[in-house]
Design a protein around this ligand. Structure first.
Ligand code: DAH
Length: 328
C-alpha cells in the first residue's frame, strides 16, 4: 500500500489533484485513517507494533505530500516567472522630448552668468504705466519714442505695452534699497513692422548695479567680461561709443568687433542719471550706479548664426533641430 500511495503522490501534476489525494489518504475517512481505526480491535501487543507501523506510514505519506506540494509550488512559480518575463533589452518606443527655445536658453545662460557675480533677477508686467515706462526714466512727453507709431497704447486706458525692460529699474529700486545688483529679463513691445530684423515683440535684459562709489570703469569691466564670455572669445574687442539715453549720463552704445573686424552695436549702457535715482528715492550723492540694456534676440542671432528674427516665433520646431538646440 505504501509503495502504491507514494507513487500516486509522486505522479500528481497539480496542487488541487494533490489536495484531493491528501483528503483521500489522510482525511477523516481517508485510507490511512481507516487503518488507524482498525487498531481498536487488536490485542494490546499487536496494537503496539501495528500502531507504530501505521503511524510511521502516516508520517511518510504526510511528508511525501508536503514535499510534492513544495515542488509543485516551485514549479508553478517558475512557470509564472518565465511567462511574465519582460524583455528589458527591447528599445523603448521613441517619444518626442521638449526642446528649450534658443531665446529661453540665452536668457537662462545670461542670468546664470550674472548671478555668479551677485545679480538678482526681477520681473515686471508687460502692460505698464506711461509713468514707469517713460516719465520716471526721465523720458519727456515730447520724446519720439512716445509717439503712437512707436508704442502700443492700450485702448480705454493710459497704459501701454512696455517698450523696454527699463521700467523694472524703477519698480525694483522703489522697493529695494541699495546696494543692489539685478537683471530684469523679459518681453518688450514696439509697433514695428515685421521683417528679418524686427518683430513687434522681442526680448531685452536690463542690468543694474547701484552701490557707493560705482563708476564707469566698473561698467566697462563688467560688460567687457560679459561679452567675451558670451561670445566665447577672450580676445574680443569692444568699443564704448558716446551716445544718449535720457535715463543715463554719460551714456554709451557698446560695439563688438565682429567678423572681418566689423563693429557691431550690441547694447546700450551708462551711469544712471541722478534724476532717475531721485525718482526712486535714492540719494545720488551717496549712491552711484550703472545700467545696461541688451536685445536678447540680437545676441541669440549673433551667437548662433541665425539670420531671420522671425524664425524664433513662427512655431516650426524642426528649426530647433537645425540649430542644434538639444533636449531640455
Ligand atoms: N532701454 C533702452 C532701449 O530699449 C536700452 C538701454 C540703454 C537700457 C541704456 C539701459 C541703458 O539700462 O542704460 O533702447
Amino acid at each position: 500500500m505504501q509503495e502504491q500511495w507514494l507513487h500516486q503522490i509522486q505522479s500528481t501534476s497539480s496542487l488541487s489533484e494533490l489536495d484531493n489525494l491528501r483528503v483521500h489518504l489522510l482525511g477523516k475517512n481517508g485510507l490511512v485513517t481507516q487503518q488507524l481505526k482498525t487498531l481498536g480491535s487488536l490485542s494490546v501487543d499487536e496494537r503496539k507494533s501495528k500502531g507504530a507501523e501505521i503511524n510511521a506510514l502516516k508520517d511518510r505519506v504526510a511528508a511525501a505530500i508536503e514535499e510534492k506540494k513544495t515542488s509543485l509550488e516551485t514549479h508553478a512559480l517558475d512557470q509564472r516567472l518565465s511567462n511574465e518575463k519582460i524583455d528589458i533589452t527591447l528599445p523603448s518606443r521613441p517619444e518626442p522630448t521638449g526642446k528649450i527655445h534658443p531665446i529661453s536658453k540665452v536668457i537662462q545662460d545670461i542670468t546664470q552668468y550674472f548671478s555668479q557675480i551677485g545679480f538678482q533677477v526681477f520681473d515686471g508686467p508687460h502692460i505698464e504705466t506711461q509713468e514707469l515706462n517713460f516719465d520716471a526714466l526721465n523720458i519727456p512727453a515730447h520724446h519720439p519714442a512716445r509717439q503712437s507709431h512707436d508704442t502700443f497704447y492700450v485702448s480705454g486706458s493710459d497704459d501701454i505695452l512696455r517698450t523696454q525692460t527699463s521700467p523694472v529699474q524703477i519698480r525694483t529700486l522703489r522697493d529695494h534699497k541699495p546696494p543692489i545688483r539685478f537683471l530684469a529679463p523679459g518681453r518688450v513691445f514696439r509697433s514695428d513692422d515685421l521683417d528679418a530684423t524686427h518683430t513687434p515683440m522681442f526680448h531685452q535684459i536690463e542690468g543694474v548695479v547701484i552701490e557707493e562709489g560705482i563708476n564707469f570703469s566698473h561698467l566697462k569691466g563688467t560688460l567687457i567680461d560679459f561679452c567675451r564670455w558670451f561670445f566665447e572669445n577672450p580676445n574680443m574687442n569692444l568699443r564704448f561709443r558716446p551716445s544718449f539715453f535720457p535715463f543715463t549720463e554719460p551714456s554709451a552704445e557698446v560695439d563688438i568687433s565682429w567678423k572681418n573686424d566689423k563693429w557691431l552695436e550690441v547694447l546700450g549702457c551708462g551711469m544712471i542719471h541722478p534724476t532717475v535715482l531721485k525718482n526712486c528715492g535714492i540719494d545720488p550723492d551717496q549712491f552711484q550706479g550703472f545700467a545696461f540694456g541688451m536685445g536678447v534676440d540680437r545676441f541669440t542671432m549673433l551667437k548662433y548664426g541665425i539670420d531671420d528674427i522671425r524664425s524664433f516665433y513662427n512655431g516650426d520646431t524642426r528649426w530647433l533641430d537645425l540649430y542644434g538646440f538639444g533636449a531640455l
